[in-house]
Design a protein around this ligand. Structure first.
Ligand code: CU
Length: 475
């Protein structure tokens, strides 16, 4: 799938012009120290990786001249099943290729823009000390290459992104990635390292609307994304693409946030981060549940996996996770440790002292006609309304509509069964698939009869009368 490009242009000239440090202001003592401590020895081509993988650790290698070859592409990719987007990429992936350096490296950065691109692009690396983080020196037209050099002065995990006007649009289309500057001697060794980067996307169509979806500037300005995802698309880290580890291993996630707008509340459900390099810097916090990752920022999180299972990566601004795609998976295999986590050890009926308040009420006379529908509406407003909404329209991709519902109108007993016993798994309502869990409702036979009669007599449904007897039979 990846296109091979031929590049033209005076890279040597650019190299000579831009050789050396970016910074031309007077050097601080610290900077001098770094420069003298890190005399470079030899050169090497940087290994670049697509997410969720990262290049090999630097270990104890000396500072070197590190040559980076990065190619910009504009290519259509899948956002979610049936929906595509024209991504602009660094290295053919969103986020872009992971770059791994160590402090003191002299990076010779070759940036190429594929001849099929429509627009010029550039790169602003937050690891660069110099004007625009390299943006000024790297603006590159389609079919051209530019070269610039910089020295990595500060260890940390840094975002890079395109900074070509309109900057917001270039970032919104996926032009961001991470560059790691390891300290001398490298980061502490772990068993597994992965690359995860959040981004928000703005499309003309709503979430899941089929076809190639263009960028929506209005939604971007209003900061109302249709998609909030890890690694560029919905499900990029799910199913057979999930991250993996074995019980007892240590895992490090290099987590970035490309934005362009949203701040991430990064959390792994069922894990506690043993160590977090806050904001990707040198300060380490311990025993963290959720770490904030600013737009244009990053964090390194380390944790040991103690028990098997699927651990869910989310942005804990939780509607983003369950409605916009900000959900990934880490699958851990290995031996159970029932002391750390036992799973369910008992399951039974719970009868509170004095019984249920509801059942303590005096039995009601079975209602009929409008009184029954009115009573049903009160139950609906207290019980069903939050998910199925005031007018029974449901919530797209989450809760099916009750209004003009073919699922409801074609089988009353099936609908009663869902209310009484709950419902889970995939169902199709009015041609759309829904996968969710509806819990069993704690309602009396009369209450179920009333609320179902209300629903069947509202919003274009078939005006069915549901009797307590019908409910009893299903129960
Ligand atoms: Cu760009």
């Amino acid at each position: 799938m990846k296109k091979k490009a031929k590049f033209i242009g005076g890279s040597m000239v650019a190299l000579l012009l831009s050789a050396g440090l970016f910074s031309c202001s007077s050097e601080s003592k610290d900077t001098k120290q770094i420069l003298s401590d890190n005399v470079i020895s030899g050169e090497m081509i940087a290994e670049l990786t697509a997410p969720p993988f990262v290049p090999k650790p630097v270990g104890s290698r000396k500072a070197k001249k590190l040559i980076v070859h990065m190619e910009i592409t504009e290519e259509e990719g899948t956002m979610v099943d049936g929906t595509t987007y024209m991504y602009w990429t660094f290295g053919g992936s969103v986020p872009g290729s992971f770059i791994r350096t160590r402090v003191g490296d002299e990076v010779e950065f070759h940036i190429k823009n594929h001849p099929d691109s429509k627009l010029p692009h550039n790169i602003d690396l937050h690891a660069v000390t110099g004007p625009g983080g390299g943006a000024e020196s790297s603006l590159v037209a389609p079919g051209q290459e530019k070269v610039f050099n910089f020295k990595t002065l500060n260890p940390g995990l840094y975002v890079y992104h395109c900074a070509t006007a309109p900057v917001g649009m270039h970032i919104a289309n996926g032009m961001y990635g991470l560059i790691l500057v390891e300290p001398e001697g490298g980061l502490p060794k772990v068993d597994r390292e992965y690359y995860v980067m959040q981004g928000d996307f703005y499309t003309k169509g709503a979430y899941g609307e089929a076809g190639l979806q263009p960028f929506d500037q209005d939604k971007a300005v209003k900061e109302q994304p249709d998609y909030v995802v890890f690694n560029g698309s919905v499900g990029a880290l799910n199913g057979d693409k999930a991250l993996t580890a074995k019980v007892g291993e240590t895992v490090r996630l290099f987590v970035g946030n490309g934005g362009p707008n949203l701040v991430s509340s990064f959390h792994v459900i069922g894990e506690i981060f043993d160590k977090v390099h806050i904001e990707g810097g040198s300060m380490v916090n311990e025993n963290v549940q959720t770490t904030m990752i600013p737009a244009g920022g990053a964090a390194m999180v380390d944790f040991k996996v103690d028990v098997p299972g699927t651990f869910i990566l989310v942005d804990h601004s939780i509607f983003r996770a369950f409605h916009k795609g900000a959900l990934g998976m880490l699958k851990v295999t290995g031996e159970e440790n029932l002391q750390i986590y036992s799973h369910t050890t008992k399951e039974g009926v719970y009868t509170p002292e004095g019984g249920s308040k509801k059942k303590a009420e005096a039995p009601k006379v079975a209602l009929t006609g409008q009184a029954k529908i009115d009573a049903g509406k009160r139950i609906y407003d207290a019980t069903c309304f939050a998910c199925h909404q005031a007018n029974g329209e449901g919530i797209p991709n989450a809760f099916p509509p009750l209004a003009k519902s073919d699922w409801l109108n074609s089988d009353v007993n099936r609908a009663l069964k869902a209310v009484i016993h709950g419902l889970s798994g995939e169902i199709t309502v009015n041609g759309k698939k829904y996968v969710n869990v509806m819990p069993a409702q704690n309602l009396t036979d009369d209450e179920v009869a009333n609320v179902m009669t209300f629903i069947y007599n509202s919003w274009g449904n078939k005006k069915q009368d549901v009797t307590p007897d019908m409910v009893r039979k299903v129960r």
